[in-house]
Design a protein around this ligand. Sequence first.
Ligand SMILES: Cc1ncc(COP(=O)(O)O)c(C=O)c1O
Length: 471
Amino acid sequence: MNSKIALNNPDAKELWSIDKNHHLHSYTFPDSFNSEGCKYVLTKSEGVYLEDSEGNRYLDAVGGMWCTNIGLGRKEMATAVAEQIEKLTYATSFIDVTYEPVAKLAAKLAKIAPSNINHVFFTTCGSTAIDSAYRMILFYQNARGKRQKKHIISLNESYHGTTYLAMSIGGKKSDHGPDFDHITDTIHHISCPNYYRAPVGMGEAEYLDFLVDELENKILEVGSDKVAAFFAEPIMGSGGVVVPPAGYHRRTWEICKKYDVLYVADEVVTSFGRVGHWFSSEDLFSIQPDIITTAKGITSGYIPLGAMMYSDDIHKVISEEGHGRCFSVGYTYSGHPVACAAALKNIEIIENENLFDNVNNVGTYFEQRMKSELADLPLVGDVRGIKLMMCVEFVANKETREEFADEVGIGSLVSKQASARGLFVRPIGHLNVMSPSLILTREQADTIIDTLRDSIVATYEQLLEDGIVKS
Ligand SMILES: Cc1ncc(COP(=O)(O)O)c(C=O)c1O
């Protein structure tokens, strides 16, 4: 391995090689990566486009990782970040200080969050926001003398991050395989609320009753004196852009209230305009969670930042006078001034450019065209999502909804066809997910849909030729 070379001015091929030898990628297969390395060396970004070292341009329909909400390469963001570095590079709330960007951002988040949520703890990303939510839940329940309340209920196929705890709360089968351990004694999973995968013949209203009953029964089974919190994404992201049946969030939230169980809305993806609102819990689903976690769109991916926001009721308990409890949770980079300055500028851009209007306009067009024009294609079982958060689920048999064997790698086959045509969509198993920047134009929405259509048709033809599907 002769990779300790050419660090001064490596060309693309050398970069690819040193990356292969030294960089463990996220969610990767080390065995095949050792021989294959990565696919692209990226060199530039602008708006909704990425460019590779060969000069090929790609429309990034993934939006980074659901995060490049205001689009890439903005001068205003670079200036805000640079100015903050020059003014006050680093400060920490571990010691008894505050500073403009952190205080302003906390107040701004309190203003745009549901009215019961007025308190913010800053983290470094979504996973650490989930960890901090869990720490807050235990702190709060202990402060109330409810020391038995340690159990968490969450959803199959949910994704809440990649720390040991966040991965354990998440319900992705693929994350809970034999190669990793996860917490099983205090974390319980119930059905993913995906009507496309409901028992055959069950109507949507009946399915909703089944899901709500399942939560109530799980609370009773574990013991309402032991269940501390329920975690849910308003719209499941990595689990396949699952929009639950209408009324699901409201009814599960009511069940939580009934049994004194905290409701945590993981809005790491669904906040900051992804579906046309700052947060979707209240505006879209009419609930006021006790805790909201967020990250990603909070800075549009320019600088890492996350936040765990919690209710006045929780604050009242933890700050009860005379008890002198210490919330002993904190990260070196909690409330980093540069990250907070980036978030403030990002929010200002979303407001000044009325990006929610664009989401409601272009996003609605994108959703409608995608649902009406892709659903009938071969291989496509379901097209689902809201506005700029969409997903195509591929199936081996449209009638029985039977999935392809994992070895076929159907999501990757389609996404490879798409990237050969200048479009990035994200394969997750048998899915392709999309969450383009909120600045997407109608023409770019058309390009995504037309290119994806061609890619699906080309994949189908390839599978016919290989004898994997029959016409
Ligand atoms: C809903 C949800 N929660 C939490 C996370 C974890 O966020 P991060 O990757 O910033 O740690 C993600 C990441 O995709 C997510 O989609």
